[in-house]
Design a protein around this ligand. Structure first.
Ligand code: GAP
Length: 476
């Protein structure tokens, strides 16, 4: 597993997807930058999510609220009191750990996956977490004789709570938002009044969130700065169950359309809920280290709006058919970076072309409509005017599609490079282009090549990589 993640990280860096942040100064733990291909992939995912929310559903609109908010927001939302993780320090290594992760990792490494003993320990751990019994969790660490992975001693402190919000040191107390949702709740009336929408309706947002994760690791999985794609759907209180189930089904369908394989997803129903939730389920994805949450769907009931009504002294009630009520909220919350990780990790393959090991290729089998580059326009050779013809074709087509032109290597190497960044189509200009206005089209996954007229190129790109085809399927 760690070999694969190392390979993925190195590939992501070499091909301009993900770079460690401020690398020239030694980097910063669990913060990454997106490179020239990473940002295109990320923007394509955002477009897919944004359109499936705000274009397909006429009763969902989007907003973009600020990262910094009045700090009363975080009192009202409960994050100042309840957005805590617990931690343990090792006095010798001076390293800080999440005790639950320490225990889970130990059990993972020291017991068979189906071992009944391991299951018993996990059940005990879940129970202690549920009851917030820090002493018993510490006893479990002692009982299992877990030592610090770095300095190997068992010189542990007691377990204590730690608030995960980043505080900015300023004259006034400010926090970096740990979820985008509060910007939506605070703008509930602004959006409702200015859009004249009636319940049920939704507000969607894509934006950065920040959490001071104690154990920030596993590449893009647990970051301290990350992006969320959240949608709050405001409903009549007595329709909670119907909409909760609707959104679980609808979000699962959205994931399935990524075509990574239905077996890669599981629904995990939460018993141990976040402080704001009354119902909660995770869509889990099969990451290289096993099934883990990629998206959360919660019923937040009227928790947030009620608290904002109380703290702000502003009314959050809806008056509908002579009734007055605070709407309930079903929330869908997807981590964009986790999705990038899911896509990269399940698309990166080493494929053997012929039986000979030398003839292998590295390929990124991304869903074509999410690929950073939709097609490459390549000259067969660097001679006899072929680059000029290819460049002219590229300039004509680049208005409609995200393309790349490349003539820096032999054609075989150019194909390999496009395979490695996940470009679904390559169009090659050769001598028949001069004579007959045709090019070859090469398909990334099959490596099949066909000859086509240059007039067909644009339609083929649209047919093979257009988002429209997928959006249509959402409605089916
Ligand atoms: N508004 C609800 C909320 O924030 P959450 O389950 O804490 O719920 C939602 O987070 C999603 O955000 C997760 O499913 C995950 O994909 C992403 N996420 C949360 N913490 C993250 C982190 N430290 N790094 C990367 N993604 C994270």
């Amino acid at each position: 597993m760690s070999n694969f993640i190392d390979f993925l990280m190195s590939h992501s860096k070499s091909y301009g997807f993900i770079f460690p942040s401020s690398e020239i100064y030694g980097g910063i733990n669990a913060i990454y930058d997106y490179g020239q291909n990473g940002i295109e992939l990320k923007n394509n995912i955002k477009e897919y999510w944004w359109k499936s929310m705000t274009q397909i559903h006429e009763n969902i609109v989007g907003i973009d609220s600020s990262v910094l908010m009045n700090s009363n927001v975080w009192n009202a939302s409960g994050h100042i009191d309840a957005f805590n993780e617990f931690l343990i320090d090792n006095r010798d290594s001076k390293k800080r750990y999440r005790p639950d992760i320490l225990i889970r990792d130990y059990l993972e490494q020291n017991f068979d996956s189906n071992s009944p003993e391991k299951k018993k320990f996990l059940l005990r751990l879940d129970r202690y977490i549920e009851h917030k019994n820090l002493l018993k969790i510490k006893n479990l660490i002692d009982e299992l004789k877990i030592h610090d992975p770095i300095c190997k001693t068992k010189n542990w402190t007691n377990i204590r709570y730690f608030n995960m919000m980043f505080q900015i040191h300023n004259k006034e107390k400010l926090f970096l938002r740990p979820e985008t949702a509060q910007g939506i709740f605070c703008n509930f009336h602004n959006v409702q009044k200015s859009s004249r929408m009636k319940i049920p309706f939704g507000i969607a947002q894509i934006g950065k969130s920040f959490r001071n994760e104690i154990i920030a690791r596993k590449f893009l999985f647990r970051l301290r700065e990350f992006e969320q794609m959240e949608m709050q759907f405001f409903i009549f209180p007595d329709e909670e169950k119907i909409w909760y189930e609707y959104w679980i089904k609808s979000r699962l369908k959205w994931h399935f359309l990524l075509n990574l394989g239905k077996k890669k997803y599981k629904i995990f129903n939460h018993e141990n809920l976040a402080h704001y939730a009354s119902l909660g389920a995770d869509i889990q994805f099969d990451f290289p280290f096993g099934f883990q949450e990629i998206e959360g769907i919660h019923s937040r009931r009227d928790f947030d709006l009620k608290r904002h009504e109380y703290f702000s002294k502003k009314k959050f009630r809806i008056f509908d058919s002579k009734k007055s009520y605070i709407p309930y909220v079903i929330e869908t919350s997807l981590g964009l970076d986790r999705l990038v990780f899911a896509l990269l990790s399940s698309s990166l393959k080493k494929e053997q072309i012929k039986k000979n090991e030398k003839n292998s290729r590295i390929i990124l089998k991304l869903p074509p409509y999410l690929s950073p580059i939709k097609a490459a326009i390549l000259p067969l050779t660097n001679k006899n005017g072929l680059p000029n013809i290819a460049k002219k074709l590229f300039n004509e087509l680049k208005i409609d599609h995200k393309l790349v032109y490349d003539d820096k290597n032999s054609i075989g190497k150019l194909y390999r490079r496009q395979d490695a960044i996940g470009t679904p189509l390559c169009f090659t200009v050769d001598y028949e282009t001069i004579a007959k206005n045709t090019v070859t089209v090469r398909f990334r996954d099959t490596m099949n090549q066909n000859r086509i007229h240059i007039k067909e190129i644009s339609n083929i790109i649209e047919k093979e990589t257009g988002l429209k085809n997928i959006l249509k399927k959402i409605l089916m």
